[in-house]
Design a protein around this ligand. Structure first.
Ligand code: GLU
Length: 296
């Protein structure tokens, strides 16, 4: 059960498109859990990827949330205005030798994995093969001085050694008690990127920082982010942050169980509004999982 005396939650859209039915469903679930109290509920704009985020989408998302009756009491934090905060975290992790620069292109990584003697079975394609972790400090300096673009990766082995507790736990209100271990972090996540070549921070870093900064006690989001919580728990431990309670909900699907995703533009709240459907009718359809009539 949720303890409402110290309850704070958030909806954190990335303005890379208009608010979609799936996101609206998530926002409404969160708003219901906040007991519809604006002080319990924050909106955060996760717009670090300046190549994909548009202020027009941000404006439209906020307007659509308002139309749905969702209210917040403090102005949304916009992540793109806080790159300095994220830089400080990266400097802190770097001072503990937990980061290294990675100069690889996507193609370099694919080739390295394909050339590995154990490929394809024991080198999952999503795991970084560690190429740049072997580069000497002098070589790193030389490449950086030459202006070679680089990302910053977490040295997962060092990070695991840095934390005192070897099993990290958290509660997921839908799925029960969860844990992560060194084995899971090494096998499923590896040396993840914490600052990208084109964006000086990553989703994982910014979201973990902001949830702590904003005293978020409950995080409700789609199942597509369930696995990311392993990384967020590790970052909380490395950075000395508290652990909120999580609630990962199933993604909205059509009648046949197919995920809605962004494939169907007619399922943006913008388009649904144009069809003359009222906010109340839409809310009822979403909250009772009765959205098939919208899928025409
Ligand atoms: N910004 C993320 C998204 O739009 C959600 C982040 C989160 O809820 O942790 O997918």
């Amino acid at each position: 059960m949720i303890n409402t005396s110290s309850f704070k939650t958030r909806f954190a859209p990335s303005p890379t498109g208009y608010l979609h039915l799936g996101h609206a469903a998530s926002a409404l679930k969160i708003w219901e859990q906040a007991k519809q109290i604006p002080e319990n509920f924050l909106v955060r704009i996760e717009d670090i990827d300046q190549t994909r985020c548009l202020s027009e989408y941000e404006r439209a998302i906020l307007e659509d949330l308002d139309w749905l009756g969702i209210k917040w009491s403090t102005p949304p934090r916009r992540q793109s205005e806080h790159f300095e905060d994220y830089k400080k975290l990266l400097n802190f992790l770097q001072s503990k030798e937990l980061l290294y620069p990675c100069f690889c292109t996507r193609k370099d990584i694919e080739q390295e994995i394909a050339n590995s003697p154990s490929a394809p079975h024991s080198s999952p394609a999503h795991l970084y093969p560690g190429t740049c972790s072997h580069i000497s400090k002098d070589q790193q300096k030389e490449l950086i001085e030459k202006g070679t673009p680089f990302a910053l990766r977490l040295n997962m082995k060092n990070a695991i050694e840095d934390i005192s507790s070897k099993i990290l736990t958290w509660t997921d209100l839908s799925k029960g008690d969860q844990k992560t271990t060194a084995e899971i972090l090494m096998k499923d996540h590896g040396d993840i990127v914490l600052a990208r070549k084109d964006t000086p921070a990553s989703y994982h870093l910014c979201v973990t920082h902001d949830d702590a900064l904003q005293d978020i006690t409950h995080i409700t989001r789609g199942d597509d982010l369930f696995e990311s919580t392993h990384i967020h728990r590790l970052l909380q431990e490395l950075l000395g942050y508290p652990t909120p309670q999580y609630n990962h909900h199933p993604l909205t699907t059509d009648k046949s169980g197919r995920r809605l995703a962004k494939r169907d533009k007619s399922l943006t709240i913008r388009e649904i509004r144009k069809r003359g459907i009222s906010a109340n009718d839409l809310k009822n359809m979403i909250l009772h999982s009765n959205i098939d009539q919208l899928l025409i």
